[in-house]
Design a protein around this ligand. Structure first.
Ligand SMILES: Cc1cc2nc3c(=O)[nH]c(=O)nc-3n(C[C@H](O)[C@H](O)[C@H](O)COP(=O)(O)OP(=O)(O)OC[C@H]3O[C@@H](n4cnc5c(N)ncnc54)[C@H](O)[C@@H]3O)c2cc1C
Length: 441
């Protein structure tokens, strides 16, 4: 008998097989997490691995969180997005790759970023071209999910039409605001933007391209609206339009009930009115004050609690508000669809209270980032302590326990839908609701 006994040889063989299969799995794992596997994809657009693109994709308006992606994709077609996601989906749990759709990157806490994954620059997706349908009763426009609202306004105005519901700032993308809700001063009348969309085209977390509406694939339609990007990437949306309002100020005023002494008037065009925040943006940019940290806090407060909230918060916590504007809008629950993913308070009327702070360093330190963050913390702690039934808008939570709390009775359905449409948790990892699990053997 040789130096190796028969048993030893068997053992050695078994060991070698195990060793080789480990190497193969490792190789597969490495390959799947290697840019090489992506470079072979047949795309009309392209993937970029250069540092400038990666650095840009690891920043957002909040200017506080930075996650470095492995690649940035500039899609030219919906099939580019579907092919990429399907590729990652096929790798299952052996790949750590995740995908973050990036609209205009105006998130506050890294929601449109991914650590080591692929950022899809949605603004590159210009097809199909914007199509306006001037019907007799309900006109609409079909737009790309990466389209900016300001561009939609300019295009629809050519037909005397405009979307019915807005955000206060129009340099945001359709996919980005529909993933949250899209709220502004018109929301009390027409509801949020997610109540004014008729149809969507979605690429799910398995790479399927699905058309959905209230009549077709309704569950996916409702999931995606206010769904924080968890169920699919919005590649196309059908937005409802209305005749753009005229400048007849007297007529508009005659329909309002208001305190006469509080009236002041500024005459601007409809575009100037809707695009007003952009004017401030240009000014702030010129002073280097746009790219500062923005520790914003947006809350939905039930009407029955708004007085106590205002008394405590403005009386005890925010004794000076020079860190930025505070917006307060009343909204009607009846204009929101409870079947969507967005979470709102359980009262007929609630208020959006938005603390839009900028952390500009100063000599006495009172308007610094830490100071604002501690104020935000105190506000949230107060809401929790007093059990006000407040919900965060553009929510940010650190643990899944907090997310469960945020969704309340909607959590079960939210997580079930996640399992159906994005079973490997590939999409929108920057929201930090679900974590992709990876197996290396
Ligand atoms: C100056 C300013 C003013 C604002 N004003 C308002 C306001 O008045 N009302 C309001 O409601 N909000 C407002 N917001 C908040 C804004 O709606 C959100 O920050 C929104 O997410 C930003 O849109 P975005 O296109 O930059 O999306 P991003 O920040 O790029 O993305 C937001 C989230 O949506 C996901 N996502 C992006 N595109 C898609 C897509 N096509 N399909 C699926 N998921 C996608 C991302 O992965 C991410 O999770 C404002 C923000 C800023 C910075």
């Amino acid at each position: 008998m040789s130096f190796f006994g028969k048993q030893n040889i068997l053992f050695l063989k078994g060991f070698m097989i195990l060793f080789l299969s480990c190497i193969a799995t490792r190789f597969n794992f490495c390959l799947s997490n290697n840019p090489f596997s992506l470079k072979t994809l047949p795309l009309e657009g392209h993937l970029s691995f250069d540092e400038t693109s990666l650095n840009k994709a690891s920043k957002d308006f909040g200017n506080r969180y930075q996650y470095h992606p492995m690649a940035v994709m500039y899609p030219k077609s919906v099939s580019d997005i579907a092919t990429t996601i399907k590729h990652i989906w096929h790798m299952g749990h052996s790949s750590h790759l995740t995908v973050a759709a990036r609209g205009h990157g105006h998130s506050l806490q890294g929601q449109s970023q991914t650590h080591g994954g692929i950022v899809i620059k949605m603004e590159s997706l210009k097809v199909p071209e914007m199509q306006i349908h001037v019907g007799n009763s309900s006109p609409y426009v079909d737009v790309s999910g990466g389209e900016l609202w300001i561009n939609i306004l300019h295009e629809t105005l050519k037909y005397g039409l405009a979307p019915r519901s807005w955000t206060d700032y129009l340099h945001l993308t359709v996919g980005g605001t529909l993933s949250n809700a899209g709220v502004s001063g018109q929301a009390f009348k027409h509801g949020p933007q997610i109540s004014n969309v008729q149809q969507l085209e979605i690429v799910t977390g398995t790479g399927e391209v699905v058309n959905c509406s209230e009549k077709q694939n309704e569950e996916l339609f409702q999931s995606v609206l206010g769904g924080l990007g968890q169920f699919g990437i919005i590649t196309r949306a059908r937005i409802l339009l209305e005749p753009a309002p005229s400048m007849d100020v007297e007529r508009h005023l005659s329909r309002l009930n208001y305190i006469r002494s509080t009236l002041f008037q500024t005459e601007v065009t409809y575009v100037e009115f809707l695009d007003r925040v952009h004017v401030s943006e240009v000014k702030l940019r010129s002073k280097g004050l746009w790219d500062v940290p923005h520790p914003w806090l947006n809350l939905f407060i039930p009407k029955s609690k708004i007085h106590s909230f205002a008394q405590f918060v403005f009386g005890n916590i925010l004794t000076q508000t020079s860190n930025g504007p505070v917006l307060i809008y009343p909204v009607k629950k009846s204009k929101w669809d409870n079947r969507t993913s967005v979470v709102i308070p359980d009262e007929d009327i609630f208020y959006l209270v938005a603390f839009l702070t900028s952390a500009v360093p100063s000599s006495n330190g009172t308007d610094g980032l830490e100071h604002i963050l501690s104020q935000n913390k105190r506000i949230l702690e107060y809401c929790q302590r007093e059990n006000l039934g407040v919900k965060q808008y553009l929510p940010h939570h650190n643990t899944q326990e907090e997310w469960r709390d945020h969704f309340g009775t909607k959590w079960e359905i939210f997580s079930q839908r996640k399992f159906v449409y994005d079973p490997f948790a590939i999409l929108a990892p920057g929201q930090r609701i679900f974590q992709k699990t990876i197996t290396t053997s």
